[in-house]
Design a protein around this ligand. Structure first.
Ligand SMILES: [Zn+2]
Length: 102
């Protein structure tokens, strides 16, 4: 004797297509959101190991590193400009003193 049970469930799922093999599958919005946020690997129904790329934390760390590099470059430029201006002021002062003596 065969026992058959059915369950009717209504859920909203996010439909995705595996970017490796092309199989269509679905997941909960929470699962997708978490995988996108943490960059962790998951598997499509065919077994492809996939992820949504770098986690938000990794993206923010890269952005922070880029900002630090840019800030350091701007600081170096400002300091070089200040040194150049100081040197030019010294030349101007020397020329003024020379002119006053003549
Ligand atoms: Zn796949």
């Amino acid at each position: 004797m065969r026992c058959q049970t059915s369950l009717d469930v209504t859920r909203t799922l996010v439909v995705e297509e595996c970017w490796v093999c092309g199989v269509t599958f679905a997941m909960t919005a929470m699962f997708q959101k978490n995988r996108a946020a943490n960059g962790r690997v998951f598997f499509c129904p065919s077994g492809c190991k996939i992820n949504y790329g770098p986690s938000r934390m990794e993206q923010l760390e890269r952005k922070l590193d880029a900002e630090r590099t840019r800030t350091q470059w701007e600081r170096d430029q400002r300091e070089a400009t200040e040194r150049s201006l100081a040197a030019q002021r010294g030349v101007v002062t020397k020329l003024k003193k020379r002119k006053e003596q003549t």
